[in-house]
Design a protein around this ligand. Structure first.
Ligand code: NAP
Length: 246
């Protein structure tokens, strides 16, 4: 597979979970790949080693998505190291339960800082480096369209904002040949939402295919959207959820 030969990518939150699987898949398809992380330097370096094992350039940058300037500096650094930037995957995200009788406004601020503002800051910075064929891929969530339990309002609202930003950015950047899409996973077995966790039985009961996705299954869809074949897909929210929304 070399659909992405000669391309350069940045995956935010690429040290674990979906982001790590995406970073490795893009490298396997030929791209040089930078990742960002916050706390996990050693898992980040392990992902970089896997990228290099594919014969590609790899780079790990510590950059908190809640800090717009840090995110934009990470985008600029990836573009400078690779000499170009073709693909941005905005994967960094947080899930904070926000029960109405807790401190939901604190949860709102912390969630929106990463899931929405950080994603928007990265998109704007990346677009400056991109030309025809550029790809911005957001990792949203099916919770933008369905909230299956109490306490999920804030997270769901942040992912609905991702949908709206995706549509608007697709309009902004379409004339330059840059596509912008929103991949909306259902339950995926990661540290954020382990298949052995407290929500698993409830979530699986809502699905047509009653299992969690593997991060690699999400990465396969991202790789398609990043490829030249997907040039006419833009402004889309594409669910990959085992029928969670069916
Ligand atoms: N898992 C699911 O069921 C599911 C379903 C739908 C959507 N999603 C979305 O998919 C994305 C990835 O989720 P995941 O399940 O793979 O999460 P995860 O297992 O918690 O991994 C999160 C990754 O993002 C990094 N990260 C966390 N906060 C960050 C920040 N402020 N700035 C930069 N990087 C940050 C982490 O790095 P450090 O270790 O260094 O903090 C880690 O590499 C998120 O946007 C999430 O909302 C997940």
């Amino acid at each position: 597979m070399a659909r992405l030969q000669g391309k350069a990518a940045l995956v935010t939150g690429g040290s674990r979970g979906i982001g790590a699987a995406v970073a490795k898949r893009l490298a396997a398809e030929g791209a040089d790949v930078a990742i960002t992380y916050v706390r996990g330097q050693s898992p980040a370096q392990a992902v970089v080693a896997d990228i290099k094992a594919e014969g590609r350039k790899g780079l790990a940058i510590q950059a908190d998505a809640a800090d717009g300037q840090a995110v934009q500096a990470a985008v600029d650094r990836a573009a400078a190291e690779f000499g170009r930037l073709d693909i941005l995957v905005n994967n960094a995200g947080v899930f904070i339960m926000a029960p109405v009788d807790g401190d939901p406004l604190a949860a709102y601020d912390a969630t929106f800082a990463v899931n929405v503002r950080g994603l928007y800051a990265a998109s704007l910075a990346a677009a400056k480096h991109m030309g025809e064929g550029g790809r911005i891929i957001q990792i949203g969530s099916v919770n933008a369209d369905r909230v299956p339990m109490p306490g999920g309002a804030v997270y769901a609202a942040s992912k609905a904002a991702v949908q709206a930003l995706t549509r608007g950015l697709a309009r902004d950047l379409g004339p330059r040949g840059i596509t912008v899409n929103d991949v909306q996973p259902g339950p995926v077995d990661t540290d954020m939402n382990p298949e052995s966790g407290p929500f698993a039985d409830l979530l699986k009961s809502t699905m047509a295919i009653q299992r969690y996705a593997r991060a690699e299954e999400i990465a396969a869809l991202v790789a398609y959207l990043a490829s030249p074949e997907a040039a006419m897909v833009t402004g889309a929210a594409i669910s990959i959820d085992g029928g969670f929304l069916a």
